[in-house]
Design a protein. Structure first.
Length: 284
């Protein structure tokens, strides 16, 4: 079955999950965890994005990323390639470190941001590695409670959801995470709609519109629908990427301009119906 193209929208919130090949360990020492965190920090400076949460488990990784100008696919390619090269050099291995494609779920920010931050940071507790998330050194939780000053995690925007006063917000955040300890694992955070989107029906519909699934892209001498382009992108294994203006003239979220990357095919944006102010990305 051909792989579905990824949906990548500027300003979108993404829960990214990647696992070790055959579920093997990808981190074997403290230095390995630290190296992965260093690579994340380096890529944040080169391909700016917001990192609201992360957790490096022995055989898998969780990241909560808000995409800015560069698509998540480019960010992950650089992060995973760089770490894989380090890992294989260090352990004299050949082959894949990570298993297949990483999972990337577009999430409804206003509904799931805080929940996902807590969920990701509680992974070591659910795995019974530690009893308290503060004890685990390789997650973003310590940045929220003031134990990690590296600046890797963008905690301030999330803490504002818990209160205007930072000290008070941290206290509320800690209680929020503690209250989540007794809850069952939220499978919905893994099983998103179509495996790609997590949110309300309204959010799903807005996403469909933003990626242009209900718009036709006209080209000279040949009327081609967006569905045709999506199918072509799927057949080629391309990545569907988009970037939207923050607001339309009416103040609502702008529709995204979307073009799948199709090898050997050039799309003429002048003859399409997409907003010319919006950018197109091609996954590297």
């Amino acid at each position: 079955m051909p792989r579905r193209p990824r949906i990548e929208i500027g300003g979108g919130l993404y829960h990214v999950i990647t696992r070790g090949n055959n579920r093997r360990k990808v981190f074997r020492s403290d230095d390995d965890y630290l190296r992965f965190a260093d690579i994340l920090e380096q890529q944040k400076s080169k391909l700016p994005f917001h990192l609201y949460a992360y957790c490096l488990m022995p055989n898998h990784v969780h990241l909560l990323i808000e995409m800015q100008d560069d698509p998540v696919s480019r960010i992950m390619q650089r992060v995973l390639t760089s770490y894989s090269q380090y890992h294989n050099r260090k352990y004299k291995k050949i082959g894949h470190v990570f298993q297949g494609r990483y999972k990337s779920i577009l999430c409804q920010s206003d509904r799931y941001l805080a929940e996902l931050v807590g969920y990701i940071h509680l992974n070591p507790v659910r795995a019974r590695i530690v009893n308290d998330p503060e004890e685990y050194e390789y997650s973003g939780h310590r940045a929220y409670v003031g134990l990690d000053k590296s600046g890797l995690v963008d905690s301030e925007p999330v803490l504002r959801h818990f209160g205007a006063n930072k000290k008070r917000a941290v206290e509320v955040y800690i209680r929020f995470v503690e209250a989540s300890l007794g809850q069952k694992s939220q499978d919905e955070y893994y099983r998103a709609a179509e495996g790609r989107v997590l949110g309300s029906e309204e959010f799903l519909e807005q996403t469909r519109h933003r990626v242009g699934e209900h718009r036709a892209a006209r080209q000279p001498f040949n009327r081609t629908t967006v569905e045709d382009l999506l199918r072509a992108g799927e057949r080629s294994g391309g990545v569907l990427t988009a970037h939207a203006s923050p607001f339309s003239k009416k103040g609502s979220p702008g529709a995204a301009r979307v073009i799948p990357f199709i090898p050997g095919v050039e799309i003429d944006p002048i003859n399409s119906e997409f907003d010319p102010q919006l950018a197109i990305f091609q996954a590297s």
